[in-house]
Design a protein around this ligand. Structure first.
Ligand SMILES: Nc1ncnc2c1ncn2[C@@H]1O[C@H](COP(=O)(O)OP(=O)(O)OP(=O)(O)O)[C@@H](O)[C@H]1O
Length: 951
């Protein structure tokens, strides 16, 4: 009876707990339910939401608008701050393939950053349910025994009561099971969200880090250096597999592992304590001996699941990458009819993956057989033995002591023994299950190890490729900040950075470069630490074709690898190439000031380094000697003297001066809202996902666009302001936004009128006029690139399409120019970005850019474009790094000679480029052609005169 009352008491507690939990859950979901009850949005509202994407609060936080089955839910977005990124950098350095260190860096620095976080709460709630679950299992085992006992006793009432209790107990038990699954998934999603948001912030870091670019460059160059014929690159292929699949796998593994370790551990402790009560000392010893034996056997039979999982992820990544590439470049592949070839490449990648997966399955056969045998049969046999101990001992004891007892007491004995047997057996089975789970958890730990190394490897690599300012260059930047409107290269060596490296000297520069050998080692070490394809990708000594993966093998490989890594400059990764062999342009020097009518054209044959110059100007590549003083370049031994020289002779120091964005007109801060300093339009036009409007305003978001139009409306007023109001209507602004724009315009018109009356003679008047002239409306922008028909044709500005496929090559290039006109940067680098545009339109676009006050730096092979520029830089591409800079001014060319056109040559020479001479000749001819009209007139006149004389 005592057992029954305890059972009832406990059930009462369990019920109370489950009701409390039910209430918590209902409260939790009430928010979601309220979202579901909201009215569905109309089609136009939905497209407005898609356009707007998020609402930005004044404190900078964002609320995402997520359309979901014609409704909208608002999600608060907590972005990872730059501080957090900087703070965590040290935890991802020198991870040394230490699993605990790596896991705790990921877990406690990123995924669960504080004890007060929601993640901690989820873990606590999960743990609570785990305890409840174990506790309920014990109750179920006891009740099970009791029901069978009552059955053996043929006690109908007690049996019926037992059954009722059984059903009652099933309610919290099943609820607990469901909650455990739910909380595990919730935890996985939370961990994934944190980690993904962190990696997004790191990966998509702004200039100067631009890690998404630098890591891609690095991987690209690795792929190039290691790929061999049909073989896909053996280096890591893109970060996408890491950010998507690996982060998800990591979050799932961590959250699953927590349950898989916590629950069986709790079970083991509680069940063992329960069992040892009835098993006695000998039984308990036997129980522990069984545990020990199981662990030994399974450990010996466990293969290196970690490295296998990491290898699988890598191969999966390669295959997915291939499929993605065909999708992206489908038209090109179709034009070449390259389906067969692509099929070969994809099949190859897939076969590699499947071969590996099959290998893993084979390895698993032996392991799973051992595991099943040990856990199901060995443990059951041990269980029978353990149960027999108390039964046999009690039986022999009772048979000797009470041989003459009545038949009723014999039945009682039997029923009690049955109860003990059933309860113990159930507990033992649960124990076996717990043991099995723990063994599985061991396998999960190994798999987690693999995926942890991959994710942490990506993060540490992302940190490594970020741009680090050397103290020297910071100082220089500060000094040059006075002149924000200048773009200047001074004695800069432009080349493929870090190609081959220059031994230790070049290692000392802080900028990680795309092909730097140390970076290459680091990235490879990511594969190494993750156990990925170590043998296949890097180490010739390792077991390249081996299908047998053991943890020891992988660890040996890692050790070998790191010991090689310790000698920078001596390892094979340094290569034998000198930087001179990859130098493209030597001592390049030029200077342009924005707004002074100076425009530069860069020309030269293919592959001479024109785009490389653009990369240096944009800060994606560093000049090979950038940041070096003359002292460092001249002689390492004369440090002190050279430092003095350095101070005296600043002008000769290699230096890149990049312009700066204008600060925000309202706040005066450099928050990206002011005029951009530099834009680069690449050869291949990029069309982002989104609406037609997004194509023009990229990289601005819709929210930024609204802010900008509002501020421009305020800043301009007058007719132009009204046009902006028109824009507001056209782009689907809300009624309030339109009304606000209207009020602003009226107010500002008034202000403007007052101002213009009083300040007609003020010096700023011309400036205001200039400002008016350089802020075109969107419609004007599209007209200027001859795309004014697009909004009508495509169904409005908010239409969302795959613009990459919809627009023609020339249209895409014009759209890219429209982007330039929208942003009106101080400088624009146009890298052969109008090659598909007809020359008349191209010319008008160039004129328009100049009208907007944009300083042009054009990279082109078309001599006809020279007339829009004042200087011409010709890169010779003869391997010496020679270049020529000349004035191009067709209107200063005399009619009889080419005086005043002497060029400043690179490498200390005065030289004249053949191309430049041709250009000047062409300009001369154009001028003469214009004069030809006059001559024709004169001929007509003379003709007339002659006729008159004849008459
Ligand atoms: N990431 C890289 N890794 C290795 N080599 C590179 C890399 N980027 C450019 N190069 C090499 O540097 C050289 C200059 O490239 P760049 O793109 O500047 O040529 P370009 O003068 O713009 O040519 P084009 O007129 O064909 O566009 C080329 O030989 C190119 O192969």
């Amino acid at each position: 009876m005592a057992v029954l009352s305890t059972l009832r008491e406990r059930q009462g507690q369990a019920k109370a707990a489950s009701v409390a939990l039910l209430i918590i859950l209902l409260l939790r979901y009430s928010k979601k339910i309220s979202v579901a009850w909201r009215q569905p949005l109309s089609q136009s509202q939905l497209s407005q939401v898609l356009q707007q994407v998020y609402i930005q609060a004044k404190d900078g936080s964002k609320t995402l608008l997520v359309p979901y089955s014609n409704r909208i839910s608002k999600v608060n977005l907590k972005e990872t701050s730059n501080d957090e990124i900087e703070r965590n950098a040290k935890y991802f350095q020198n991870l040394d393939n230490n699993f605990t260190k790596t896991l705790s860096a990921l877990l406690f620095r990123i995924a669960i950053p504080s004890l007060k976080s929601k993640e901690t709460l989820t873990v606590l709630l999960h743990s609570f349910f785990l305890v409840i679950r174990t506790y309920l299992s014990i109750l179920v085992a006891r009740l099970d025994g009791r029901i069978v006992r009552d059955l053996v006793r043929a006690d109908a009432k007690a049996f019926a009561r037992g059954l009722v209790l059984w059903f009652a107990l099933a309610v919290p038990s099943t609820y607990t099971n469901v909650m455990l699954k739910h909380l595990q998934s919730t935890l996985a999603i939370r961990l994934r969200t944190r980690l993904t948001s962190f990696i997004h912030a790191l990966y998509l870091s702004k200039y100067p880090h631009v890690r998404y670019y630098r890591i891609q460059q690095q991987q690209g160059s690795q792929g190039a250096s290691s790929s061999d014929g049909d073989e896909p690159s053996e280096s890591i292929q893109g970060a996408d597999q890491y950010i998507t699949a690996d982060v998800e796998a990591w979050a799932e593994a961590v959250s699953g592992l927590y349950g898989n370790i916590m629950k069986p551990s709790l079970d083991l402790i509680l069940f063992t304590s329960q069992l040892s009560r009835s098993l006695g000392f000998r039984g308990t010893i036997l129980l522990f001996t069984t545990y020990w034996a199981t662990v030994r056997i399974l450990k010996a039979a466990t293969p290196a699941f970690g490295s296998m999982a990491a290898m699988e992820a890598k191969l999966e990544g390669e295959w997915r990458n291939g499929v993605g590439r065909v999708g992206r470049e489908s038209e090109e592949v179709a034009f070449y009819n390259g389906g067969e070839r692509e099929k070969g490449i994809l099949s190859n990648a897939y076969k590699k993956l499947i071969r590996h997966v099959n290998g893993v399955y084979k390895v698993r056969i032996a392991y799973e057989w051992t595991e099943d045998y040990v856990i199901k049969y060995l443990w059951s046999a041990a269980g029978y033995g353990l149960i027999a101990v108390p039964l046999l001992i009690t039986r022999s004891h009772s048979s000797s002591s009470s041989s003459g007892s009545s038949s009723s007491s014999a039945t009682r004995d039997i029923s009690l023994r049955t109860e003990t047997y059933i309860s113990n057996r159930r507990l033992l089975l649960s124990l076996a299950d717990a043991g099995g789970r723990l063994m599985y958890a061991y396998k999960d730990i190994l798999e987690l190890k693999g995926v942890t190394s991959r994710v942490a490897g990506l993060i540490s690599e992302l940190y490594a490729v970020g741009y680090e300012h050397s103290p020297r260059s910071l100082e220089e930047q500060e000094r040059k900040a006075e002149d924000n409107d200048v773009i200047e290269l001074r004695n800069v060596d432009v080349g493929v950075p870090g190609s081959g490296g220059k031994g230790k000297g070049r290692e000392s520069r802080e900028q990680p470069q795309p092909q730097r050998s140390s970076s290459r080692r680091r990235l490879s070490s990511v594969s190494a630490s993750s156990g990925v394809a170590m043998s296949m990708s890097m180490s010739p000594q390792s077991h390249s074709q081996s299908q047998i993966f053991t943890l020891e093998d992988i660890e040996d490989d890692i050790e070998d690898y790191y010991s090689r890594d310790k000698e920078p400059g001596e390892g094979e990764g340094d290569g034998s190439l000198t930087p001179e062999e990859h130098l493209l342009v030597k001592n390049l020097t030029f200077r342009l000031k924005a707004g002074e009518g100076e425009h530069l054209m860069i020309t030269g044959s293919n592959g001479v380094g024109k785009t490389a110059v653009a990369r240096v100007l944009a800060g994606l590549w560093r000049g090979l000697n950038e940041g070096e003083g003359r002292a460092e370049r001249k002689n390492d031994d004369d440090d002190e003297d050279d430092d003095d020289d350095d101070d005296d002779d600043d002008d000769e120091k290699p230096m890149v001066i990049r312009p700066r964005d204008e600060p925000d007109t309202k706040t005066g801060k450099g928050n990206g809202k002011g005029r951009k300093a530099l834009m680069v339009i690449p050869q291949r036009a990029y069309m982002p996902t989104g609406s037609l409007l997004d194509q023009v305003i990229y990289p601005d978001s819709y929210v930024k666009f609204v802010e900008r139009v509002e501020s421009e409306t305020g800043g301009i007023g007058g007719a132009r302001g009204v046009e902006k109001e028109g824009d507001a209507r056209e782009f689907g602004w809300t009624q309030e936004a339109q009304a606000q724009a209207h009020e602003d315009v009226v107010e500002l018109k008034q202000e403007k009128n007052n101002e213009s009356a009083s300040a007609a003679g003020r010096s700023g008047a011309t400036k205001d006029k200039d400002k008016r002239a350089v802020k075109p409306t969107l419609r004007e922008i599209l007209e200027s690139v001859y795309l004014a028909y697009l909004p009508e044709r495509e169904g409005g500005w908010v239409t969302r399409k795959e613009w990459r496929d919809v627009l023609s090559g020339g249209e895409k290039q014009r759209m890219a120019m429209a982007r330039v006109f929208y942003h009106r940067p101080k400088f624009v680098i146009l890298d052969e970005c109008t090659s598909a545009v007809s020359s008349d339109v191209e010319g008008r676009m160039y004129e328009y850019a100049k009208k907007l006050g944009i300083t042009l730096i054009t990279i082109s092979l078309r001599p006809a474009l020279a007339k829009y520029h004042t200087q011409l830089l010709t890169i010779h591409g003869d391997g010496t790094g020679k270049w020529t800079l000349e004035d191009v001014n067709p209107f200063s060319v005399g009619s009889s000679d080419l005086k005043g056109l002497d060029g400043l040559g690179g490498n200390g020479q005065l030289s004249r480029s053949g191309t430049a001479t041709e250009l000047k000749e062409m300009a001369l001819l154009e001028k003469r052609l214009k004069e030809a009209e006059k001559w024709k007139e004169r001929v007509k006149e003379l003709d007339g005169l002659l006729r008159v004389q004849e008459l």
